[in-house]
Design a binder for this molecule. Structure first.
Ligand code: SAM
Length: 246
């Protein structure tokens, strides 16, 4: 069944209205017909079964709600991923895969070794990245859309995320594998929010690692092999969710 995230104000009185892009997808890409049933998610944790109605004059689809259910696919532990702004392909890969895995919050950052040095994000890129997140969330049957936060400078990102997440872990390839294993760090944690910070292609500077430690971020190792940024950005949230039973 095709799934679409819609803003909740498009679902009212048993009727559903679709924005232009999704109307086009329904009519011209998926070629769905009147009476076909689709799933509409309101990004508040509900899934609506919706029967399509095609207006013969405008050929625009609308929907009639057949039923509603709670979506139970979201992880119990909220995981945020902080990643260094890089080239478009790598960022889009991270956004797509981390959405499938269950990350709820993306914090792109700029640091001394990121390929991208500006925290300014063009509206075109923002719209494209949010579409990638939405499509990955629909494909992976997520119940809510992960949030793409505005890019921040390294230290600001550390501070802002530390205020929002109970346990904050920074992956450092210089950590001694046996001394900072992820499992022992997570073992005693009773909270429900964990932030993970993965460095850019060039890694962290010595000062950046000191800043993270001073701000209370816990250093963890991902083992003795060095992972690419886009690999670590997927592996770490997956391991965290697995260790937390999600
Ligand atoms: N110094 C690295 C190198 O020699 O290629 C560059 C950084 S690595 C490509 C990108 C990021 O992935 C690192 O900053 C770190 O956050 C994470 N990472 C990669 N391998 C890791 C490991 N074995 N343990 C902990 N973090 C790792």
């Amino acid at each position: 069944m095709n799934r679409f995230f819609l803003s909740s104000d498009r679902i009212s009185g048993g009727e559903v209205s679709f924005p232009d892009d999704i109307s086009h997808q329904i009519s011209h890409v998926l070629r769905l017909k009147a009476g076909d049933v689709v799933a509409v998610l309101d990004n508040l944790g509900h899934l609506y079964q919706v029967s399509l109605v095609l207006n013969p004059h405008t050929n625009r689809p609308t929907g009639r709600v057949l039923g509603r259910e709670l979506v139970d696919t979201e992880p119990q532990t909220r995981v945020a991923l902080c990643f260094g702004l890089s080239n478009r392909d790598k960022v889009e890969w991270v956004l797509q895969k981390a959405t499938e895995i269950g990350v709820v919050d993306f914090f792109p950052f700029v640091s001394s070794h990121t390929l991208v040095k500006s925290t300014t994000l063009s509206s075109k890129k923002l719209v494209r990245w949010e579409r990638i997140i939405r499509e990955a969330a629909e494909q992976s049957h997520r119940g809510r859309l992960p949030v793409l936060n505005r890019p921040l400078d390294y230290s600001v990102c550390l501070a802002e995320v530390k205020n929002q997440y109970g346990l904050c872990l920074i992956a450092w390839e210089g950590a001694v594998p046996g001394k900072a294993p992820l499992s022992s760090t997570l073992n005693g944690y009773e909270g429900d929010s964990i932030a993970v910070f993965v460095g850019p292609e060039g890694g962290f500077s010595v000062e950046e690692m000191s800043t993270a430690r001073e701000m209370g971020w816990q250093v963890i190792s991902l083992g003795s092999r060095i992972l690419r940024m886009e690999t670590a950005a997927i592996v770490l949230p997956a391991l965290v969710l697995h260790e937390m039973g999600d």
